[in-house]
Design a protein around this ligand. Structure first.
Ligand SMILES: Cc1ncc(COP(=O)(O)O)c(C=O)c1O
Length: 343
């Protein structure tokens, strides 16, 4: 009953097999190998556009590097107050942008409220010498509360920056979970809705460790800058073929979507079971693989004693995360334990 995080899950065997299969002979380093080229071609098909891609080993690295090519040192990055880039990356975005200022905005269920975005943009008019101009809007999808911005919701936000020299970054550490929950296409949820860069995460959804910074056509000319920052920042993996191999297996036969669907389905079952119990409150719509629940103290204690692992969030709620390999029996055990104690 491990619901700590999807990063605690093992890698999918097909990805491990792909790493082993890539482990033959010599191949060009630093992303100049045949597998990387094939993955880029596959991503062009999936996203229906002429994109560029660079692999990174962690979500933090890919976010920070992506932001570093979008935001100048004196620019501002507008994001949600709960955003991983704001709360959980130890200042990496500020470090890699050389001083870019993160401007946290409020909004229910970790989605930036439109009025908040409008207010922030009004407060930093273009050309006002004293304020850091808005150069990036960063949206997380899934959000940090496990909700999914719909295509329309992404568009409503990106459109507000259209008359500024600004870009849109999407933290897609759980992009696959958002996508299958919404039922739209990858293109609709990204560049067609105004997203310039997607940090496309595979690690939380079956990879050993593979993230992709995807530059859509609007910023594809920044690829060399991105590579240079990755090298300078010490994040350019020489044997990038092994990351590419993970992506190749993950994207093949829609495995990435299948794994995300499995995780989401387990989360939906767990949320429904918990919501049916008296005294338990589900705090955010469950639109992916994360559940935030207010549990009576006795229930939380009993669950932990029975071996269930989950984090207590700063607001006191329990965060339960499912993964591609969460078993139905784990959900049943957790719910059966909760039912024993529930008033
Ligand atoms: C929304 C979000 N973005 C990015 C990340 C990437 O973090 P890491 O650097 O641990 O791969 C995470 C991990 O928890 C996350 O939840």
């Amino acid at each position: 009953m491990n619901f700590l995080s999807d990063t605690t899950a093992p890698a999918h065997p097909k990805l491990i097999d792909a790493i082993a299969a890539a482990n033959t002979g010599f191949a060009s380093s630093y992303g100049n190998d045949a597998i990387s080229a094939r993955v880029e071609a596959r991503l062009r098909e999936i996203f229906e556009c002429d994109l560029k891609v660079l692999f990174a080993v962690s979500g933090t690295a890919s976010n920070a590097l992506a932001l570093s090519v979008l935001c100048p040192p004196d620019g501002a990055i507008l994001c949600h107050d709960e955003a991983h880039i704001h709360r959980d990356e130890r200042g990496a975005p500020e470090f890699y942008t050389g001083g870019g200022k993160l401007v946290p905005l409020r909004g229910e269920h970790a989605k930036i409220e439109l009025a908040e975005l409008d207010r922030a943009l009004e407060e930093i008019p273009e050309g006002f010498v004293h304020a850091s101009p808005a150069r990036v809007l960063s949206l997380s999808n899934l959000t940090e509360s496990g909700t999914a911005y719909t295509v329309a919701e992404v568009r409503e936000r990106t459109v507000r920056l259209e008359n500024r020299p600004a870009f849109v970054h999407m933290d897609g550490a759980r992009f696959a979970n958002a996508l299958v929950s919404l039922g739209c296409t990858p293109a609709e949820l990204t560049w067609k809705a105004g997203v310039d860069v997607l940090c496309f995460g595979a690690t939380k959804n079956g990879a050993l460790g593979a993230e992709a910074v995807v530059l859509f056509p609007s910023v594809a000319d920044r690829f060399e800058m991105l590579q240079a920052r990755q090298k300078r920042g010490g994040h350019m993996a020489p044997k990038m073929r092994f990351m590419a191999a993970q992506f190749e297996a993950w994207l093949a036969d829609e495995l990435w979507l299948e794994l995300a669907r499995a995780a989401n389905n387990r989360a939906a079952a767990l949320a429904a079971g918990l919501a049916a119990l008296p005294g338990i409150e589900i705090l955010h719509p469950v639109e992916g693989n994360e559940i935030f629940a207010r549990l009576p103290e006795a229930v939380a204690t009993r669950l932990r004693a029975a071996g269930a692992e989950f984090y207590q969030w700063p607001d006191g709620s329990a965060r339960l995360v499912t993964s591609w390999c969460t078993q139905a029996s784990e959900i049943e055990s957790l719910l059966a334990t909760a039912r024993q104690i529930s008033p």
